[in-house]
Design a protein around this ligand. Structure first.
Ligand code: ARG
Ligand code: ZN
Length: 861
């Protein structure tokens, strides 16, 4: 059979096809003559033949949307005609040995709405090059394994001119920067604008004084203190915990308003979405402060895990991202509460990564092929990637981990490495064989772990046996899933609540495996998968009593929380499926927990949070029941109202006692008290007719409380006046207005969500080309589970209309947001048909981007 493929059908790139680049680069020199519509980029690149690819090779460079003005080899003009994706200089036009390639190209930053390459944001120039944005700046081997020191000259009348590395010289209308550390093009950055700096400094442990600066627009200086403080703590932590020191004289951070993602670790010049830098008590919530701290740390940590050691190719993305997420998670644990952070991370992992892993977009932590690499900056690569590091650390122990990391930095500094290199340092440093562990990187899907128990009394004491069976359901393109090594942390309690086996890691390597614990006086109660020691779904029937027992006695805070979580989930599932009544014992157990003053308020706040509607839909689908979004919504609301009544007295007391005295402070303890107080408010709001929320909104001096109060008012179908007042007060602050859009849509009643979103999309402030604004509105709609899946199909249609509109402007954000549809196969035939029609409509759009084409095709497959 002959299958004819349309020429324009995007073709995948495959890991198996990797070949080293035929040339190495000794030095890259760039000159930028900045102009909004016609920027000239002059490059001089010193190439050497790469001994890893003997023979003569054409010089092929990537380049997109570039107007080539001139090209020279060793000073002599060459006539080269670029194609759609780059430029080729035939081997016979190249000298033997080393040579200089020079080019002059023209680009148009003002027309760059995709926000990849060099673009304009609010009158300033900035860049985003990861993953493949540099090819929109000049012709270059735009791949991470080609590393070079860069020298950059910027010519512009903008007052502030920044690039990577150290500043070397500057004058009226120009500046030069030199980055001595070889780097791939994706870490290149340039910023030019009318900016002001908030400055500080950090002295490294070997005595290097580093000038720190956060660059923002005039007027935003007073919202940088928290980011700066986070940066200094991150620098210190990386020295203390990983022995990693900073390696340049300056470290610059720039905040930009138009940015496709969170932030970017460009060497010495991190570029941030302004929402991850700017914060004051009045404008940012506790969650924003925590996120700023962790992303500032994340990007800083990339200086070693990402920049000094980078990825050989984009299939290895988790090498830097999984590791760096793991590092930022550990940092947050040290700065705040470790158990609370672990629970938050697992909630996120389950909500985003399990969801991905169980649907049509499932892919391995190290994928094997892609059409558009930007589509693989996913929860699987990042968050599951981080879980794999955590498992490795558990398997080899803290000391083994430290030895392996030291070896990693020693052996691979300055290199572009692979997952094989990464695993090898663990093998060499610890003597372990990690062949089976590697499956975690290559095999997609979330393993299911079944548990059976056996108890045999005996004269020398009884023997308790746990038998585990693992099974990973097939994922797209991978039917067979051989067993993986799973570290299962367990503890045992005796019936009076004492721990008789402290946390012990069982290493499961087979499909089915038993572990016995002899010599026990009584049958114990097991606490399994403590700390969520592996990213698996634990399938275990356990009684209500056992879970309330663990909720009361488990010494492992994660499993204590997990016991309560699973109780709430089961109550909700039986209410949804069998019309059961809410459970009074569950309410009592919850009451005991949240009134236990010996427990951290932040932890208690997490215990009060019910599983989300999306979690419940996933749980139902998983158990073979088709989820009905409106029913899930009604039942969950019903349980919340029931709990509000049952726990009313306790909640009122909490609400009053947890008040934090002014002035506001974003520290973890204060944030925890607010979280508990606002969780109580969320319940009380259902029975006090909005009284507390209205008065809190009126008196709050910080965004955490204002936003929570406003959300409560909208939840209760009130708040029109407050919504207007909030807008009036904040209309000049883009980040707060993002919240204003998001809150109204996220908390709209299910049958109104699409209408509210449509009305807000008409608002003059709905600047849809700004990714933060687009995500605020559309992301909130997708997150309003019952609203998005309302049976009218209005939200599906509206959402698809906007994806189609955004795609030609910003493919990356469009593609990413199309994942809102990834769960479509869970639902009933009517909803499936509607979603399929919308996805089909998107896919049929003329000139659809590769990014969105790939996503929609995978979702539909
Ligand atoms: N490396 C950045 C970070 O995680 C994110 C870059 C995202 N790039 C992309 N094309 N989505 O810190
Ligand atoms: Zn990262």
């Amino acid at each position: 059979m002959v299958i004819s493929v349309k020429d324009s059908t995007p073709q995948p790139t495959r890991l198996a096809d990797y070949q080293p680049y035929p040339f190495r680069i000794e030095k890259t020199d760039l000159t930028f003559r900045l102009d909004p519509k016609a920027t000239r980029v002059l490059s001089r690149i010193r190439f050497h033949p790469n001994p890893a690819r003997p023979g003569r090779h054409d010089l092929r460079m990537d380049g997109e949307r570039l107007r080539l003005i001139a090209a020279r080899i060793d000073g002599a003009p060459v006539t080269a005609r670029p194609d759609e994706t780059g430029l080729t200089i035939p081997a016979d036009a190249l000298p033997d040995g080393a040579f200089d390639f020079e080019a002059e190209v023209e680009i148009d930053p003002s027309a760059n709405t995709a926000l990849e390459g060099l673009y304009m944001s609010g009158g300033m120039y900035c860049t985003q090059c990861e993953a493949e944005g540099f090819r929109r700046i000049t012709f270059y081997p735009d791949r991470p394994d080609v590393m070079a020191p860069f020298h950059v000259r910027i010519e512009s009348d903008m007052p502030v001119l920044l690039s990577n590395g150290n500043p070397v010289a500057q004058g009226e209308g120009w500046a030069e920067w030199d980055d001595p550390w070889p780097k791939p093009s994706y870490l290149f950055a340039l910023v030019a604008g009318d900016l002001v700096a908030v400055r500080d400094s950090f002295t490294t442990r070997s005595g290097r004084k580093v000038d720190l600066a956060i660059w923002v627009r005039a007027g935003d200086e007073d919202r940088c203190a928290y980011a700066m403080d986070s940066l200094k703590r991150a620098m210190k932590w990386d020295e203390d915990v990983y022995g990693r020191e900073y390696d340049l004289d300056v470290f610059n951070i720039v905040a930009v308003d138009d940015f496709n993602m969170g932030a970017m670790e460009n060497k010495g010049l991190n570029i941030f979405n302004s929402k991850l830098v700017l914060a004051s008590p009045e404008t940012a919530t506790d969650a924003d402060f925590e996120r700023i701290e962790s992303v500032i740390a994340h990007e800083y940590f990339h200086n070693w895990t990402g920049n000094r050691i980078t990825c050989r190719d984009w299939f290895q993305l988790c090498l830097k991202e999984g590791l760096t997420v793991f590092r930022d998670q550990e940092f947050t644990k040290d700065m705040r509460s470790a158990p609370v952070k672990r629970i938050e991370d697992v909630l996120m992992l389950r909500a985003r990564q399990f969801r991905e892993d169980m649907g049509p977009l499932a892919h391995p932590v190290r994928p094997e092929s892609y059409i558009e690499i930007n589509n693989f900056y996913t929860a699987t690569v990042y968050e599951k990637g981080a879980e794999l590091i955590g498992m490795l650390k558990l398997l080899v122990g803290d000391e083994g981990y430290r030895r392996a990391l030291d070896l990693y930095f020693e052996r691979h500094d300055g290199q572009a490495a692979t997952i094989e290199d990464w695993l090898k340092v663990f093998e060499d440093a610890t003597g372990r064989d990690l062949a089976q562990f590697k499956r975690w990187y290559t095999d997609a899907g979330t393993p299911r772990l079944k548990v059976e128990e056996d108890w045999q009394p005996g004269d020398q004491g009884g023997t308790y046996t746990l038998t585990f069976t693992q099974h990973t359901p097939p994922t797209p393109g991978q039917d067979e899933k051989p067993p993986r090594v799973i570290p299962i942390a367990v503890g045992l309690l005796n019936p009076n609540g004492d721990e008789i086996l402290p946390t012990t890691v069982l290493e499961m390597t087979e499909e089915r495996q038993s572990f016995s614990f002899p010599g026990l006086a009584t049958r114990p109660v097991p606490s399994i998968l403590r700390g969520f020691s592996a990213p698996v779904v634990l399938e275990r029937e356990s009684s209500f009593d056992e879970r309330t027992f663990l909720l009361a006695h488990d010494t492992d805070p994660f499993n204590r929380w997990e016991a309560g979580r699973s109780l709430a989930r089961d109550v909700l599932l039986s209410m949804i499926r069998d019309d059961a009544a809410p459970s009074e014992p569950h309410a009592q157990a919850l009451a005991r927990l949240v009134t236990d003053d010996t427990l951290d308020p932040a932890f208690r706040a997490l215990c009060l949070r019910l599983p989300s509607e999306d979690d419940l839909a996933q749980a139902l689908a998983d158990a073979g029941t088709t989820p009905e979004p409106e029913r899930i919504h009604t039942v969950r609301e019903g349980l919340a109202t029931y709990l509000a009544r049952q726990l009313q007295k306790d909640l009122v007391r909490i609400y009053e006692e947890m008040e934090t005295p002014p002035p506001y402070s974003p520290d973890a303890a204060s944030a925890g008290r607010r979280a508990l107080r606002l969780a109580a408010l969320g319940y009380l709001n259902r029975i006090d007719h909005g009284a507390r929320a209205a008065s809190l909104f009126a008196s709050a001096d910080n965004m955490t409380e204002s936003a929570a109060a406003l959300a409560c008012l909208i939840d209760g179908g009130r708040g029109a006046r407050e919504i207007a007042a909030f807008y009036e007060r904040w209309k000049d602050n883009r980040l707060v207005i993002d919240k204003w859009f998001a809150l109204q849509v996220a908390h709209a009643q299910p049958d109104m969500a699409a209408q509210v979103a449509a009305r807000l999309a008409e608002h003059p402030d709905f600047e849809w080309k700004n990714p933060n604004r687009f995500r605020a509105l559309m992301g909130a709609l997708a997150a309003n589970h019952a609203g998005f899946h309302h049976i009218s199909g209005a939200a599906y249609r509206f959402y698809a209309d906007w994806l189609i509109r955004l795609d030609p402007v910003n493919p990356q954000t469009t593609a990413r947001m199309s994942a809102a549809f990834e769960t479509w196969t869970r639902y009933d035939a009517e909803r499936r048909a509607m979603i399929r029609a919308e996805l089909g409509r998107i896919r049929q759009t003329p000139d659809l981007s590769r990014d969105t084409f790939e996503m929609v095709s995978r979702i539909l497959a």
